[in-house]
Write a protein that binds this ligand. Structure first.
Ligand SMILES: CSCCC(=O)C(=O)COP(=O)(O)O
Ligand SMILES: [Zn+2]
Length: 215
């Protein structure tokens, strides 16, 4: 079987997306959400490729040279580098959410603690918080936003199967937590993705504080 060659990469588009990834990385690392080279970020390039962070790089000090191109099977395109160990989670999100243009995965302390705390329930349920309106499609604090908590695995297809199961059950999905690990969220632009990430970080803090303060 022969595969059709990919159209030439738009280098200016890559540069723009890589710069947006690097800028977002600096911002989220500045909040302490990417300790010890953790986290990974990506942006859609076209219908056959995405830009994703190279594995193991310091996500707060990214430049264009720390970002590479992969296809939707997670295979490097024009690079000898190793893409993020979690690249397949990114390509899955782009395939399941055609509107998604950028993805941020971070490992804040709060995300990590909340993911363990809610692991048994398998979900964090947000209701009654005004900041829920920062999540696209939510216009009232009265809506309910459910963020699933997936058991961690080093085997990406196992995590992907859990995401597929949630979506195939027809449940809305804006983000998911991986237990003891971190959060994935996405948006129609890097700006929207950052807003979602900040909102979920804030909402997780509120839920944890409520639990701490409740008798
Ligand atoms: C040091 S964190 C462990 C790996 C991880 O969860 C992560 O987010 C970073 O992995 P990458 O391969 O994308 O650098
Ligand atoms: Zn991770």
């Amino acid at each position: 079987m022969t595969t059709a060659p990919l159209a030439p990469l738009d280098q200016e588009l890559f540069n723009r997306q890589a710069d947006a990834i690097a800028e977002a990385g600096k911002y989220v690392a500045g909040h302490g959400w990417t300790p010890a080279t953790s986290s990974n970020f990506s942006a859609r390039l076209d219908d056959s490729r995405i830009a994703v962070t190279i594995s193991g790089r310091d996500k707060g000090r990214l430049g264009r040279e720390d970002i590479m191109v992969v296809d939707y099977q997670g295979q490097p395109v024009g690079s000898q580098h190793r893409p993020s160990a979690e690249t397949l989670l990114h390509t899955q999100i782009y395939q399941r959410f055609p509107e998604a243009q950028a993805i941020l995965h971070t490992h804040s302390r709060q995300q990590s603690v909340a993911s363990r705390f809610y692991a048994a329930e398998g979900v964090v349920r947000f209701e009654g918080w005004e900041l829920q309106k920062a999540i696209t499609g939510h216009t009232t604090h009265e809506s309910v936003i459910e963020v699933p908590v997936l058991p961690n695995s080093q085997y990406m297809p196992e995590l992907m199967a859990q995401v597929d199961a949630w979506l195939d059950a027809g449940k809305p999905l804006h983000a998911y937590l991986i237990s003891g690990h971190g959060i994935y969220t996405w948006g129609r632009s890097m700006q929207e993705t950052l807003r979602h990430l900040e909102a979920f970080e804030f909402l997780l803090g509120c839920e944890l504080d409520l639990r701490r303060l409740s008798p």
